[in-house]
Each structure stands twice: as C-alpha cells, then as structure tokens.
Ligand binder design. Sequence first.
Ligand code: F6P
Length: 320
Amino acid sequence: AKTIAVLTSGGDAPGMNAAVRAVVRSAISFGMNVYGVMRGYNGLLNGDVKEMNMRSVSDIMQHGGTALFTARSPEFNTPEGVKKAADFCREKGIEGVVVVGGDGSFRGARDLCGAGISCIGVPGTIDNDIACTDYTIGYDTALNTAMEMIDRIRDTTESHDRCSVVEVMGRRCGDIALNTGIAVGAMATLVPEVPYDFERDIVERMKAAQRTGKRHYIIVVAEGVGHTQELTERIQAATGIESRATVLGHVQRGGSPTLRDRVVASRMGYHAVELLNNGASNRVVAMKGEQIVDFDITEALNMPRIFDENLYRVSARLSI
Ligand code: F6P
C-alpha cells in the first residue's frame, strides 16, 4: 500500500481538524498508510510524525485549532531544508503529502514536489485570500465569530452614543471586513483593495447619518488597511463623537468550526487523497461554486485574486 502524510501549516483555521480527519479516514479506506506530521513542515525536518489509525482522528472535528499543531518554518524555506524534508519522507516511505494551509504553505508544497515527493495543497486560512478557490477552510467560522463580536460591541456603542472602529483580520484581503460589515450593518467598511477618502467616506457619511437621527456608528476596518487607533482618534477629532477602537485579533482564529467549514474541509480532504490515490501530484484542491476541483500548484499561485466589486457596491449602498 501507498504511504502518505498530512500536515497543517501557517496560521491555523477552524476546520483544519475536519480536513485532517478526512485525509486520515479516506487514506485508510483506500488501503493506504498515513502519518500525521506535527507542527507543519518542521515535523518533516525533526522526524516528528505519528502513524495514524481510524481512532487517531476521533473527537477532533468539533474543535478549533489543529490537533497536528502548526508552524511557519523558516528552515524548511531553504533548498537544504526542502531536501532534508524530502529525504526524511523517502526514509519513512512517505510518497505523498497533503498540506493544509495558505499560499505560503503551497509554495512549500511546490518545492517539496520539486524534490520528488508528491504534494497536494488544501486551502486552510480564515482570510479567504487564495486566488484559485472561492472558499478557504476557516473563513465561515471566522466571519460568524467576527459578526457575533461586533454585535456585542454594537450594544455598548449604542448605549454610549459612540463610534466604534473595529479591526478584523485580513492582511491583504478585505473579504472578512466586507462580509462582516454587511452582516452587522456597519456605517462604513474599509478594505485594502479599495482606497478611501477620510472626509468623503467617513466624516461626511457620519454627518449625513447624524442628520437622519443616527447617534451611534460601527466602522469595520480590515487589518491590511492599518492604523486603526490613529483612524479612531481622527474620527473623534473631526466629528466630536466619542470613538473607541477594538482590534478583534486572534479570537477570529479560534472556536468550534461551523457546519460549512466542517463539510467543505471534509470534502477537500477526501479530494486530496483521491488525487494522490490516482497518482496526481503538485495540485491544489479548490472550490468553484459548490464544486470541489483542483489546479496545478504553480498555476494556482500565479492566479490573480479577484475582489468582489459587486459585493463592495452592495456594502457601500447599504451602509449609512
Ligand atoms: O492568515 C491568517 C491571519 O490570521 C491573518 O489574517 C493575520 O494577518 C495573520 O494570520 C496573523 O498572523 P499571526 O498568527 O502570526 O499573528
């Protein structure tokens, strides 16, 4: 039987456990042996792997985080590191590796493929910032967490007639901000993909809303826009409305995954093993519409990310 391994790499995301579980269970059902690699690519460098059986992945699906732990591995990102990891795989008889992570992790998978080990990437990141796929594992849970947190912030913002500026995650990608902004009825949403004008997009808007009787304001800002505290102080200075900044931070990365994340992760994990079972390599699993598909890793990494202009227009029209 073929032997494969699974690892989670980069920032963790709720639903990664469901992907790992799906890889382990599918592999066993195809008659393969499967190893779990601890702490991302580091596990391949340190020989930190464990043989998995059906029961190794019991009771993990409902938990956030990743039972295999994760890391960003600078040592692996060198030609020597890649060779060392590939040699370790050969020593263990590992012919294929499923890598659950983001773009950075896929670049590692591509390099490991170059060193002779078949790799399949599975998109796992709360940011939804991977160009080749409509959906990344963890995104739905993060959105729902951010929405719930901002609803709570709204309660106190309203009681005090304040303005709350809430920073959500997304270094290069405004998807979390845009969707939570719509879901919480934000007065303005700032994303890294669209430049904003402080007077026109914030101050004028707040003043116009004030004239219609509005007394409290929620502004959602993507992490990638930056300077949230400074922006909050400028708003207070320009409008006279007492303002507070909240950075939601890593709370968005934890928690029990939603049904959508569990199901998509399960489908993607299964697809990855099916690819390896069919002799495929250097592929990324992706979601297009509701279909699970796959692409060449290098092609996937070169695809431009498309920002949802339509959704942005909806958000701009509804927020006031
Ligand atoms: O990529 C996921 C993410 O949560 C980003 O939204 C954020 O910019 C980054 O990871 C934070 O990374 P770290 O876990 O290293 O603080």
